[in-house]
Design a protein around this ligand. Structure first.
Ligand code: GS8
Length: 217
């Protein structure tokens, strides 16, 4: 089959990030399922693709990549002829702003939101465990501080990097998508510009398609 191979699971947030990019550019790709419960991601075949034993990984001929944000950039560069320009690499200032907000996603937003999703959704649903409320509460406080910054930013521009949709916006999708099916979704209600931004980006066809393969669909 033509196209790149992506090893992962559609329910995985980091896999979903890459799938969104592939869908946005309309690329042909093959999703190869990795059996996490059986530990396939820690076996030699997958460790050769991702030495940290995590998903996703991408294979394009002899090139093998891991780290979902790096894979995402590769996909967007490889398929830039598609006309979908989510990196703005032709413009120094715009591309720098995409990088700034992509870093904000991975260094500020992700560390605050992921423990809430992990504790309130993954722990009970996938492991049958009890959520640790102290972790949820402290992470919610962190997330609110991050959302205040996002609210200020999104009251000045339609999207995070400027008045154009970019990888920076897309990258926020997987964890936010899961936060929205936890009891903590209402945290977004206090930030009207963030909420409008979320409604805008989730109306994109690629988001609807990838979302359908995630938990809670
Ligand atoms: C994180 C990958 C990751 O946490 C990236 O690709 O962006 N920084 C990396 N993958 C999780 C699944 S959530 O999408 C994973 O593989 N967990 C299993 C494990 O760590 O053993």
């Amino acid at each position: 089959m033509a196209g790149v191979k992506i090893y992962g699971k559609p329910i995985s947030t980091c896999t979903a990030r890459v799938l969104l990019c592939l869908e946005e550019v309309g690329a042909e790709y093959q999703l190869v399922s990795i059996n996490m419960p059986s530990g396939e991601h820690k076996g030699p075949a997958h460790l050769a693709r991702n030495p940290f034993g995590q998903i996703p990984a991408l294979e394009d001929g002899d090139l093998v990549l891991f780290e979902s944000r790096a894979i995402s950039k590769y996909v967007l560069r490889k398929y830039k002829e598609s006309g979908t320009d989510l990196l703005k690499e032709g413009n120094l200032a715009e591309s720098a702003m995409v990088e700034v907000w992509l870093e904000a996603e991975s260094q500020q937003y992700n560390p605050a939101i992921s423990p809430i999703v992990w504790q309130s959704l993954i722990v009970p649903k996938m492991y049958g465990g009890t959520p640790d409320q102290a972790i949820i509460d402290s992470s919610l406080e962190k997330l609110k501080k991050v959302l205040e910054v996002y609210e200020a930013r999104l009251s000045k521009s339609k999207y995070l990097a400027g008045n154009f949709f970019s990888l920076a916006d897309l990258s926020h999708f997987p964890f936010t998508r899961y936060l929205m099916i936890t009891p903590y979704a209402s945290v977004f209600e206090s930030y009207p510009h963030v909420k409008a931004w979320w409604e805008d980006i989730t109306s994109r066809p690629a988001f609807k398609k990838v979302s359908a393969g995630m938990l809670g669909s």
